[in-house]
Design a protein around this ligand. Structure first.
Ligand code: GLN
Length: 273
């Protein structure tokens, strides 16, 4: 029998990143990483070794660790995720932080209406509801699979959000919000980076040939669904900030501002109706 240290070293030798190897072994054993590191001379039982080998093989096949663990931490929430939804990214926390600042400042109101377009796992909508419990949070998605994941997360976390099926603004006819935000698919369909993301839903990553298509559709519908003075916040590709700024300016938005992600890249652009 191998020790835990030997099992971790073997995973590393087969090209699995150190943190991934630790997270997956901890998952198999039902132990936190700190426990693994303190008990790395313990023996790995054959049944656990077999499960570990299975997870390592899937990881090498390109499945995100979050799918293998079945969960991903986002903005302090533990979200359940699987191949039906995009894995929430730390960069998207920048969008949530910006929204929370607005809801506590310029957009403060008794029960501000907020909408998250293309919610996926529910990450943005649920993080906002968690930090701003008074907000009335709505989320839409065109994928019924994604809405099922978001609904299960909402229920498990005890966060009440309204979930509606449809593309962007389509299920929101006649409704106006104080704040709208979205992390839409924005990777160009021809971008070679998509190959590395093949395990995630393609429709959550790319709108097709032109990476700006979804962003354009969202901006086009925004004025009709925002209260006067309401804000639209958008996540976008590192090289799309100028294009999104132009879309917002052409649609008559004011106060256009940009925020960078954790790697220093332009990642979110927002503006006021
Ligand atoms: N930020 C994601 C990535 O680069 C893409 C998500 C998206 O298109 N909204 O992997």
């Amino acid at each position: 029998m191998k020790t835990l240290a030997e099992a971790l070293a073997a995973a590393r030798a087969r090209g699995i990143e150190r943190l991934d190897a630790q997270l997956l072994l901890g998952h198999v054993l039902g132990r936190p990483r700190a426990w693994l590191l303190a008990h790395d001379d313990a023996a790995l039982a054959p049944a656990d070794a077999a499960r570990y080998a299975g997870l390592l093989a899937r990881r090498r096949g390109g499945e995100p660790v979050a799918y293998l663990l079945g969960s991903k931490e986002f903005h302090g929430l533990d979200l359940q995720v699987d191949a039906r939804v995009l894995v929430p990214r730390p960069d998207t926390e920048v969008l949530v932080d910006w929204a929370v600042e607005l809801l506590r400042g310029e957009l403060a109101a008794e029960a501000p209406g907020v909408v998250d377009l293309g919610t996926g796992s529910g990450a943005i909508a649920l993080a906002l509801k968690h930090d701003c419990p008074a907000a009335a949070v709505t989320a839409t998605d065109t994928s019924r699979d994604a809405l099922a994941v978001a609904g299960a997360n909402a229920e498990r976390l005890g966060l009440a959000v309204e979930l509606l099926h449809g593309s962007w603004w389509q299920p929101l006819a006649g409704r106006c919000f104080r704040l709208a935000l979205s992390n839409p698919p924005y990777i160009d369909g021809a971008d070679p980076h998509l190959a590395a993301l093949a395990a995630e839903p393609r429709s959550a990553l790319t709108p097709g040939a032109d990476g700006l298509r979804a962003l354009r559709e969202i901006v086009a519908g925004a004025a009709a669904h925002l209260e006067p003075g309401g804000w639209l916040l958008l996540e976008h590709g590192y090289d799309q900030a100028d294009a999104v700024r132009r879309l917002l300016a052409d649609a008559g938005f004011a106060g256009i501002a940009m925020r960078r992600d954790l790697g220093g890249q332009p990642r979110c652009t927002g503006a006021r109706r």
